[in-house]
Design a protein around this ligand. Structure first.
Ligand code: AMP
Length: 280
């Protein structure tokens, strides 16, 4: 497995693979890999000849008050996981090459970035679209795999890819959960054992709303309420609980056909997100 630290080197490798007609799949990550990331690697490996995993904790998607400094990093462990999973190359550029002094260009998606996480993290998606754009131009993949865990991110990336005519397919993999249901996340390791238990309320809330939806509930107010109650009863602080269109992310009052229930909540200082697509 190659470890590529430099953008030109990445582009040279990718151009050589492309000349040989090899299909390149990219899985962008911030490292500290878990089974959620591994599921994306598995999806990529099925479709690609060359699987590239990028590992880059992207400073521009964190606001100054967020956890960029504390974000867990463990390259040695990630490297072993990737090697054992049959990844062709890790692309892990240095921040000073990605954002050299004087860097002044960003990519902004103006619509889908606004609601949900965009409200409480106003600079987040601009950071994400800019880095993903840069990763696309470094890795030159045929397709890239993202997780439904970050449902809004996946939609924003799809929109950017379409709007900017990137010849890159966006593949979205399902949410991978711990055995008890908590969605896997690098941030779960911030939780104390008690908070870890309380945080399961997010999953229970989502399961409850699935249950009432399956029993015929279509009123988004009642669906949101059941999730909110479950989280607040267990000491969580709601950032948002929304019921939105799975395409436009616009709020829905009465569900017709399908809806995305999206949740962000704090347990202590740890902000966790999760979601469920409700479908008839
Ligand atoms: P991150 O390293 O948190 O930036 O995540 C990198 C990619 O892995 C993103 O596309 C995430 O949506 C995806 N991902 C993170 N957690 C999960 C999970 N539990 N299940 C599926 N995909 C995930």
């Amino acid at each position: 497995m190659k470890i590529i630290r430099n953008i030109r080197h990445m582009q040279r490798s990718s151009r050589a693979w492309r000349r040989r007609d090899l299909v390149i799949g990219l899985g962008p990550t911030m490292g500290c890999l878990h089974r959620g990331h591994l599921s994306l690697i598995e999806i990529a490996k099925k479709k690609a000849d060359i699987t590239v995993v990028s590992i880059f904790v992207n400073p521009t998607q964190f606001s100054p008050s967020e956890d960029f400094g504390a974000y867990p990093r463990n390259f040695a462990r990630d490297r072993k996981i990737c090697a054992d999973s049959g990844v062709t190359a890790i692309f892990s550029p240095r921040a000073d090459e990605v954002y050299p002094p004087g860097f002044s260009t960003s990519v902004t998606e103006e619509l889908l970035s606004k609601p949900l996480c965009g409200k409480s993290r106003p600079i987040h998606f601009q950071g994400v679209t800019t880095i993903v754009c840069k990763l696309f131009l470094a890795v030159l993949p045929d397709f890239a795999v993202f997780g439904q865990k970050d449902a809004q991110q996946a939609l924003v990336i799809k929109k950017m890819t379409t709007d900017l005519n990137f010849p890159i397919d966006i593949v979205v993999g399902p949410i991978i959960r711990e055995v008890d249901g908590l969605a896997m996340s690098s941030r779960n390791r911030y939780l104390s054992p008690e908070r870890r238990k309380s945080a399961l309320a997010i999953y229970r809330g989502i399961e409850l709303c699935q249950e009432i939806f399956d029993n015929g509930e279509r009123d988004s107010g009642r669906i949101k309420k059941i999730v909110t109650n479950e989280i607040e009863t267990h000491g969580g602080r709601i950032d948002y609980v929304e019921c939105v269109s799975i395409e436009s992310l616009e709020s829905i009052e009465k569900i017709k056909g399908s809806a995305l229930v999206a949740v962000a909540a704090y347990f202590g200082d740890t902000r966790l997100i999760d979601n469920r697509v409700l479908e008839e």
